[in-house]
Design a protein around this ligand. Sequence first.
Ligand code: GLV
Ligand code: MN
Ligand code: MN
Length: 400
Amino acid sequence: MIDRGRLERHIAELSAIGGKGAAVTRLGLSREEQRARTLVGGWLAARGARVRRDPAANLFARFGSEGPAVLLGSHLDSVPEGGRFDGALGVLSAIEAVESLLDLQAPLRRPIEVVAWADEEGARFGVGLFGSAAAFGRLAPGVAERTDRDGVSIADALRSLGEVGDPALARREPKEFAAYLELHIEQGPRLADAGRALGVVSDIVGIYHARVTLRGRADHAGATIMSARADTLAGAAEMVLAVERIARAHPDGVGTVGEIAVRPGAKNVVPGECVFSIDLRAARAHEDLVRWVLAEVERIAHTRGLQSSVDELARVEVTPLDRGIALLLRRAVKDVGVDAELLVSGAGHDAQNAQLSGVPTGMIFVRSSGGSHTPREFASLDDAALGARALAIALRELAA
Ligand code: GLV
Ligand code: MN
Ligand code: MN
């Protein structure tokens, strides 16, 4: 049985770390994320798990002995001023699912590992799905040297959390895992619109993240005539609109520029340098979307006499999740009274790294109102408990 009171308490205790009202700021590889790991690890250790942190700061809690494990969990970090449920609900539901299985005192056919992936959001260093990429050997080369705005590298951040500073050491073999299950809030309106509490994920979109740097010339804003300028922000503005135009023309593409900075950054100086992010996603023809946007960036830079360079931060292909696990999850969801639709996820998830490495992977979505990546994101306790029950049924089928 799922203990609703405990789930509610866990949600409240976890969201107090980095929390302010309904907002949560718990960036990846920060002190707050570490405190969240310590809290959650303590709960799992109290139920008899062997708890450890790996060199990428992922938290694993293992129950049972030898052999391929059923892995389940999500992440504990958030975006700046995010909500209480993105990632957190997946870890807390995994704990509930395991607790309910242990309460049954049924012998385990397979070991179980609960995981809290580190830095899923990539909000600080720009590298999303960081912990799962490290564990499944999918980190881009040189990633540990990437820095945040203050010049602190991922390796430095890991060292200040007590790790050695090399996330590649976190690598595990996919064959150590029989399956991976992740519960997550939907982050979009489809379940709420359909009046359903739960859904099952069929595919996850392809994701491309990059940082574009434009170099022009800083000049006096009063004394430099318009035809003599190499204004990087004006060029970036045109590129931002190109991202929007191209994504709109793509059948199911979305494109976002969510960060932008200019240097030197003064009202009376023509911006000599501009750095901005690009986030491009699609469930189909994702590569075309990326190619078209990059070609436009190059064309606009050339036309305006700007130098452009594109630093690719992540490229995750469109990920069809395991069909067998999806069937099992649909049955589990049906058992709790919901006729689940299959949904495509527009958000990225650590589940992608598991599935793309060959671990049969599935995801349950829980209805959330208020979207996600904002303090408005919200899953009711009823829906959260229902999702945890479905997860527990699936876990029992796989591990007990
Ligand atoms: C993670 O939430 C992402 O999809 O950016
Ligand atoms: Mn998430
Ligand atoms: Mn997120």
